[in-house]
Design a protein around this ligand. Structure first.
Ligand SMILES: Cc1ncc(COP(=O)(O)O)c(C=O)c1O
Length: 396
């Protein structure tokens, strides 16, 4: 049977394979941050506003920006009832109290009326998550609400690298932002992320936090490089023999997407770590191809749009003035199909994603005051937008 088009690591190429193989023999790349400094500067210049620092994940970046904004014990941060456990963890590890508010169901962003209802005297910030790389229906209204109530805005751009609203890049609208380069993201370093702080005070705090942050132990970085090689052969290169070899060869050293401590909500060291040079080099390399990657994702999303329209499946609406990046193509189906997505995967010839299955995916979480978020968790599936060249899929 033809391999299903992957949801993960699809942007890895032979170039990243070579970088990973080379870096494992270079102590300065494994245990230094010299190239990370260049990457920070490149990202900052690309974003055009704010101070940017690379951490070992979007979750670590979220912890860092929360601290850089001066948020801590007792501070409430509004989050959508359609997110993942690492977001909740990062906010809790900073000492803050996540406060759920419901989402709207056309752009999967926070519903502004629900946010107004969720604000308490404790609330200090709103986290605007650009799910699937879309701009939510109430984006402007949320920015205005935050301004009128004196609340900080954190943009969660983990899905939205390169997306824009009114010509301006997402990640530049609030007081801070985070980006992710995890396996499932627009580009991937297996794990990686960017923290962005706006304004002199938060920017200086973020700089200091990054300067003090430890680098991962080199065996962790080696495991991450192994994972690049594994994912290249298993998910990207169309070579069954090499894929079988990689599965066996890297079985013991593969890096997980989440660690056992995280599932238990225990604060652990990887939320504190900076990105080492070897990983920054992988980010640089894929960033060179960002425009091509985004164009391909948008093209495939348009094909999925046509497919959804023909089948009368509900999907997302594109907010006027927004340029989404379509990390995934979301589609509303029924709960039974979401519980067994393999059937749809076989039918379409692509892996099918389930983000998010609960408001703190994958941890059980029921937010009864957020019925739309709960409904999306029960029924929204998502499809990959970066398919291997020449891949035949049933939505054509
Ligand atoms: C919406 C959202 N925010 C933040 C994160 C955290 O990013 P990372 O996996 O790089 O830690 C994720 C992760 O998967 C996510 O889906």
């Amino acid at each position: 049977m033809e391999q299903l088009a992957p949801l993960l690591s699809a942007t890895l190429s032979a170039r990243e394979l070579e970088i990973a193989r080379h870096a494992r023999h270079e102590p300065a790349l494994l245990s230094g941050a010299h190239e990370t400094g260049h990457w920070d500067a490149r990202f900052e210049a690309w974003l055009g506003r704010g101070t940017a620092r690379a951490f070992i994940g979007g979750r670590a970046a979220l912890l860092a920006v929360t601290r850089a904004l001066g948020l801590g014990a007792g501070d409430g941060v509004i989050i959508p009832a359609f997110t993942c456990q690492c977001v909740v963890n990062a906010l809790r590890f900073a000492g803050t109290q996540p406060q759920y508010a419901d989402i709207e169901t056309v752009g999967f962003g926070l519903d502004v009326a629900a946010v107004e209802r969720a604000i308490t005297t404790q609330t200090r910030a709103i986290m605007i998550q650009h799910s699937f790389g879309l701009v939510g229906r109430d984006f402007e209204a949320l920015l205005a609400l935050a301004r009128s109530r004196g609340l900080l805005i954190i943009e969660d751009c983990a899905h939205a690298l390169g997306a824009r609203y009114q010509g301006q890049k997402l990640g530049t609208f609030g007081d801070a932002a985070v980006f992710s380069f995890e396996r499932s993201k627009i580009i991937t370093t297996i794990h990686g992320g960017m923290a962005v702080a706006h304004g002199a005070t938060a920017g200086a705090r973020l700089q200091a936090l990054a300067a003090q942050a430890p680098l991962p132990a080199s065996e962790h970085t080696l495991s991450q490089l192994d994972s690049v090689e594994h994912d290249y052969w298993v998910r990207v290169a169309n070579d069954p023999a090499k894929a079988a070899w990689a599965r066996e060869h890297f079985a013991a050293t593969l890096m997980p997407q989440m660690w056992p401590e995280e599932f238990r909500g225990i604060h652990f060291s990887r939320y504190e770590e900076r990105m080492p040079s070897a990983i920054a080099r992988l980010a640089h390399s894929q960033f060179d191809r960002l425009d091509t990657i985004l164009a391909a994702r948008r093209q495939q999303a348009a094909r999925w749009q046509a497919w959804a329209q023909r089948a009368a499946y509900a999907t997302a609406a594109v907010v006027p003035g927004s340029e989404p990046v379509w990390l995934r193509f979301p589609v509303w189906r029924d709960a039974a199909l979401k519980a067994q997505p393999h059937a749809l995967a076989r039918e379409l010839g692509v892996e099918v994603g389930v983000w998010f299955t609960t408001p703190a995916h994958p941890q059980p979480s029921v937010q009864a005051h957020c019925p739309q978020g709960m409904d999306a968790c029960a029924r929204v599936l998502n499809l990959p937008t970066l398919l291997p060249a020449g891949h035949r899929y049933a939505g054509a």
